[in-house]
Write a new protein. Structure first.
Length: 285
């Protein structure tokens, strides 16, 4: 499979950093027929499939280098958008899917988070024929190890890193990932991309790409590649309710307030989902 000129990789040559843009298409990984079959015909809802045009699951997973038989941690999987792809894929190929979600031992975990974890467990633990024998571990500021040290092939962090900045948790989270991964293991990060130099703790859901790269480097990761697979140049990143103004959330009022029935979504629906960084790191030996 190749990425067109609109989806070129950008490779790091140093942390200083100078970026060399490819002048031609670059092969990222051979096609994986099992992965494609699950994306196209697996246990996914119609609304989740409709988002493929924005989320590019096959291209993203091939870019990150997801392989058959791996042990993979999906960090804060939410309602399971990636779970419905990755858990069946790993179940069919001899791998192991681990969900790192709400830490029930943390007294500060909200009731909403507890209910979310319970719903996740009820769905994915009840059907091992489809999803395999998945594991669920607590993840948060006070949680223990996510897995035995050096036992995980790949950790996926999708649209979550921006939530960890204000309370200083991002450093601890990255260190936990570093401990769990094998030497040379992959840390895959996708997130809403703020302009470089923006305040990473602004709270609008966007985070600067260079900030994420620097934080990962301090935690012991090298940037292997970055991609424009999930870029969206239409995203102006100046929306009244942050990134959540855009689909799929389509927020029309501040958090905690009722939705505004008169809010005009047309401008934001035309943008589509956010402009996102897509980064691949490897754990230093």
């Amino acid at each position: 499979m190749v990425i067109s000129c609109q989806r070129r990789f950008i490779f790091a040559t140093s942390l200083a950093i100078s970026w060399i843009f490819a002048s031609s298409t670059l092969a990222i990984s051979p096609d994986d027929p099992v992965l494609r079959q699950i994306i196209e015909n697996g246990p996914r809802s119609a609304p989740d499939r409709a988002r493929d045009v924005f989320r590019h699951p096959e291209d993203s997973l091939l870019f990150w280098g997801v392989h058959a038989g791996e042990t993979l941690i999906d960090v804060q999987p939410g309602n399971g958008w990636w779970t419905d792809i990755l858990a069946p894929y790993l179940a069919q190929t001899g791998g192991h899917y681990i969900a790192a979600t709400a830490d029930l031992n943390n007294p500060r975990v909200s009731e909403e988070e507890r209910k979310g974890r319970a719903a996740f467990e009820a769905k994915y633990k009840s059907n091992p024929k489809v999803y395999g024998d998945i594991s669920i571990v607590g993840f948060g500021p006070n949680s223990g190890p996510l897995a035995p040290p050096g036992s995980v092939d790949l950790i996926l962090v999708s649209r979550e890193a921006h939530n960890w900045v204000r309370n200083g948790f991002i450093r601890e989270a990255l260190e936990d990932f570093h401990t769990a991964l094998k030497p040379g293991g992959v840390l895959a990060i996708e997130d809403h991309r703020a302009p470089n130099g923006a305040d990473p703790a602004k709270g609008d859901g966007y985070i600067p790409e260079e900030y994420v790269i620097a934080q990962a480097a301090e935690a012991g990761f090298d940037l292997a590649a970055r991609s424009e697979i999930n870029a969206n140049p239409r995203d102006t990143k100046d929306h009244p309710f942050g990134v959540w103004t855009l689909p799929p959330v389509r927020r029309s009022a501040p958090p905690g307030q009722p939705s505004d029935p008169n809010f005009d979504h047309r401008k934001y629906d035309a943008i589509g989902e956010s402009d996102r960084m897509t980064l691949k790191f490897v754990k230093r030996p």
